[in-house]
Design a binder for this molecule. Structure first.
Ligand SMILES: O=C(O)CCC(=O)C(=O)O
Ligand SMILES: [Fe+2]
Length: 234
């Protein structure tokens, strides 16, 4: 049924990129028409539980809305299918970081764990930026239960529908300055990245590197993103 191209991605290559750099592009994840359809949903009040005006919270400028359950079919299938491919990576990261937490193969079972711990609110979100808007560097943590990888999907065409508004990551290694990464996303591309930290192999075993993500200022036009976070929120 799905218009999403999850299963036919090169998951071994994506896994290798995630392991070596903490982020990976997932090219052509959502076709153009489906991207437009998801973005057009922003104006439908019935799809969402909450609207956040970023400036009010010091998060940046622009706004976003959290979907309510049941999620739109496309968002629901993206979330459960992406989880299935990212779950082995998440388990390997936790093993390397000596965390005892392991993630079950099915997203539903992980959500049951979140819900039992009081994290019952859906976290997938739709973001909208206009000229002058930006998203400050942050980490999407919503409680004790954390799935360590998330996916953001660009729904607008850079250079055509908007200018500026680049997806950025910063990585901070222990005792070092932060370094910036600009992800070259096209419309419909996804980026999988570490929510808060990832393991890096050092001479004395794996150590923990911190990541944050955000969006540089949009200069012109309108930019929409779908955020897929796998843990639910309190
Ligand atoms: O708009 C973006 O590209 C960033 C969205 C974001 O922060 C997220 O999906 O968690
Ligand atoms: Fe985010």
């Amino acid at each position: 049924m799905t218009a999403m191209r999850v299963t036919d991605q090169d998951w071994p290559a994506i896994t290798e990129r995630l392991d070596s750099t903490g982020w990976a592009l997932i090219r052509g994840l959502v076709p153009g028409q489906a991207s437009d359809d998801i973005a057009a949903g922003y104006d439908r009040e019935d799809l969402f539980r909450n609207r956040i005006v970023m400036r009010r919270h010091g998060f940046g400028s622009g706004e976003y809305k959290y979907f309510c359950y049941p999620l739109p079919a496309m968002v629901q299938s993206l979330r459960s299918e992406l989880y299935r491919h990212l779950q082995p990576v998440a388990n390997a990261w936790n093993a390397r970081l000596k965390s005892p937490v392991r993630y079950p193969p099915n997203h539903e079972d992980f959500l049951a764990r979140c819900h039992a711990a009081g994290q019952t609110r859906p976290t997938p979100l739709l973001l909208r930026y206009g000229p002058g808007d930006y998203n400050c560097l942050h980490q999407d943590l919503y409680g004790e239960n954390v799935f360590p990888i998330q996916v953001a999907i660009l729904l607008s065409d850079p250079g055509k529908e908007f200018e500026g508004g680049e997806f950025v990551l910063t990585e901070q290694r222990p005792r070092a300055q932060s370094r910036a990464i600009v992800a070259p996303l096209a419309k419909g591309d996804g980026i999988a990245f570490a929510v808060s930290h990832r393991p890096v192999r050092g001479t004395r075993g794996d150590y923990r590197v911190n990541l944050r993500h955000g969006v540089s200022e949009v200069r012109t036009g309108r930019r929409h993103t779908l955020g897929v976070i796998f843990h639910d929120g309190a």
